[in-house]
Design a protein around this ligand. Structure first.
Ligand SMILES: CC(C)(COP(=O)(O)OP(=O)(O)OC[C@H]1O[C@@H](n2cnc3c(N)ncnc32)[C@H](O)[C@@H]1OP(=O)(O)O)[C@@H](O)C(=O)NCCC(=O)NCCS
Length: 161
């Protein structure tokens, strides 16, 4: 596909999903999940969402605001949901939500929410193709786009300082 053809592609971003179970070595002294391991899962989830959206090599440029709202205990099921919410020239803002679930009771609660900036890189002399345009099919996608755009603008302002 030529660059021009690719530039004309517009697509929706899917909600991607990873599930895992919290093992003892992932916990801190309180028996709840170590924050660094939560962030590692979030980074993976952001990578998957951006790769599936653009099908080009990407790296994590930044983790943006991450709020740890509730702990996840050892033996609980952890789930990450990630989606590209904003597309710039060569970067994407990805939103990641983390849920904790009691394995026996099945009750699920949001534990962490965060945003990542993922950037397409040049590899082996192959220049990045223009990113697909992001289709915004519903109110939720449109609302998240506004948040993603604010994050992208904050990144630009931060880099100029
Ligand atoms: C991310 C990286 C490729 C940016 O390279 P760069 O030459 O500074 O990029 P540019 O100035 O051309 O900007 C390219 C895009 O990246 C974004 N970007 C650059 N630095 C950024 C940062 N620190 N945080 C967030 N976004 C950033 C820019 O906003 C720009 O987005 P746009 O094209 O949509 O407007 C480079 O800094 C890098 O390779 N970092 C290391 C990545 C890494 O190793 N990650 C961990 C393992 S995956």
């Amino acid at each position: 596909m030529s660059e021009i053809e690719n530039e004309q592609v517009a697509r929706e971003a899917n909600e991607e999903h990873i599930a895992d179970i919290i093992l003892p070595h992932q916990t801190n002294g309180y028996g709840t999940m170590f924050g660094g391991d939560v962030m590692a899962l979030m980074d993976k989830a952001a990578s998957i969402a951006s790769l599936r959206f653009c099908r080009q090599p990407v790296v994590t440029a930044s983790s943006e605001r991450i709020d740890f709202r509730a702990p996840i205990g050892q033996g609980e099921i952890i789930e990450a949901f990630s989606r590209v919410i904003f597309v710039g020239r060569t970067s994407m803002v990805v939103r990641v939500r983390i849920y904790g679930e009691h394995p026996l009771l099945g009750d699920r609660r949001i534990c962490t929410k965060g945003y990542f900036s993922m950037v397409v890189i040049t590899r082996d002399g192959v220049h990045p193709r223009p990113l697909p345009q992001l289709l915004l099919p519903d109110d939720e996608a449109r609302a998240e786009y506004v948040v993603g755009e604010e994050i992208h603008q904050a990144i630009i302002a931060r880099r100029q300082r």
